[in-house]
Design a protein around this ligand. Structure first.
Ligand SMILES: *Cc1c(COP(=O)(O)O)cnc(C)c1O
Length: 250
């Protein structure tokens, strides 16, 4: 590589680091403001940086800025990035819909799967995780859309709230898996605060039976304030940290 090219690349990387650092500072002040409104501590809200469509170099920058949790929604992309970033002290969160045939791969690198929404996935993940001699945390993904036909292909995933406790029981009973809590994506066309309030009551019911299930994964770039207002402990943020993704991906 020529000296000139190296200088240009370093300048690009510095600019990217500065951009992401500024975004992170702004995100932290949004979180603080929301926490203040709801008498919560910002220490109780973990940022899961969703890095889908962005390169491993961005994951490295985020880790350098103190981010410890990263999220991905597609196995192939996630597996590659997790391997490239194997030297970094990161927890990998799988947040996308998970096909059973990808369970083996996800079991190798994921620390937490946010999208557990059916019995068959619990069984398969458990068996793959045991083969890999690992343990992973699972969140019950709850479908908050009252109008969706649950189980219908093409929905955003999630179990009917009435079935969430049953799935939690199955996760707890599956060796290799631990129950971390619940996760949801707010449906379009409804006030996210109202949606997340339903998640909050499902989370409370599960926590009553399983006190270890403390995680409420809710809120993204557009609705994190509403989620924090309803008790989110983990917000999954991509756009606010890394910029808008192409409209046709992610
Ligand atoms: C992409 C994605 C996010 C992050 O969304 P942003 O709006 O970019 O913050 C959060 N959760 C899930 C499940 C996602 O797929």
């Amino acid at each position: 590589m020529s000296d000139m090219k190296r200088v240009t690349e370093n300048a690009g990387e510095t600019a990217r680091t500065e951009r992401i650092a500024a975004n992170l500072a702004e995100l932290r002040s949004r979180i603080s403001a929301a926490c203040e409104r709801h008498a919560r501590s910002p220490d109780d809200v973990t940022i899961v940086a969703v890095t889908k469509t962005y390169p491993a170099s961005d994951v490295r920058i985020l880790a350098g800025l103190g981010i410890g949790d990263v999220g991905e929604n597609r196995d192939q992309e996630a597996a590659g990035k997790a391997a490239e970033c194997g030297d970094l002290p990161l927890r990998w969160h799988f947040v996308g819909q998970l096909q059973t045939n990808k369970a083996r791969s996800v079991a190798r690198y994921a620390d937490v799967v946010h999208s557990v929404d059916r019995t068959r996935l619990v069984r398969t993940l458990g068996s793959r995780v045991r083969t890999e001699n690992r343990e992973i945390g699972c969140l019950v993904q709850v479908n908050l859309d009252p109008d969706s036909e649950v189980g219908e292909l093409g929905t955003r995933g999630g179990v009917d709230p009435r079935d969430a406790m049953g799935l939690a029981d199955e996760i707890v009973a599956e060796p290799g898996l631990s129950l971390g809590g619940v996760m949801a994506v707010a449906p379009r066309g409804e006030d996210p605060g109202a949606s997340f309030a339903r998640l909050r009551s499902t989370a409370a019911a599960i926590r009553e039976r399983y006190p270890q299930a403390t995680v409420v994964s809710a809120g993204m770039t557009g609705d994190m304030e509403a989620a924090i207002g309803q008790g989110a402990t983990h917000i999954r943020v991509g756009t606010a940290l890394l910029g808008a993704r192409d409209a046709n991906v992610g």
